[in-house]
Design a protein around this ligand. Structure first.
Ligand code: AMP
Length: 117
């Protein structure tokens, strides 16, 4: 738990708010994005609130970042055709709205005019 207000993803991890969870282990949770921008749009989220973006995660726990990528790839195979975009928005000007590191996994038909294009 971080010292600041918990993000929406911490609240999903804590089961305080519902989510369509497709994968979970001790360190990572994955669920469907509430506003999908592709026919498959998952968020793969380290449970720790220690890292607000991917660069912090890479510097602080490279193995956890590798695990996020591996899980994303496996979920894209399990739920789509195994071909996907992996997006880490970093900073509000780049579209980041939740400051708890997360990977967007986008696969299948992509919506236009979104982070996927
Ligand atoms: P970003 O804009 O990169 O920070 O991504 C945050 C993502 O979280 C957006 O794509 C939102 O649609 C998604 N999101 C926000 N609240 C929820 C929620 N309760 N359940 C699932 N996805 C959510």
């Amino acid at each position: 738990m971080s010292l600041s207000e918990p993000t929406i993803f911490e609240r999903i991890v804590a089961r305080e708010i519902p989510a369509d969870i497709v994968f979970e282990n001790d360190r990572v949770i994955a669920f469907r994005d509430i506003a999908p921008q592709a026919s498959l749009h998952l968020l793969v989220v380290p449970k720790t609130a220690n890292y607000s973006n991917v660069a912090e995660l890479a510097a602080g726990d490279a193995a956890l970042l590798a695990e996020v990528v591996d899980i994303a790839s496996r979920l894209a195979s399990d739920h789509s055709n195994g071909q996907y975009r992996l997006v880490f928005n970093t900073g509000a000007d780049a579209g980041q709205t939740v400051f708890h590191v997360h990977a967007h996994v986008l696969s299948g038909a992509l919506e236009e005019g979104t982070l996927a294009s």
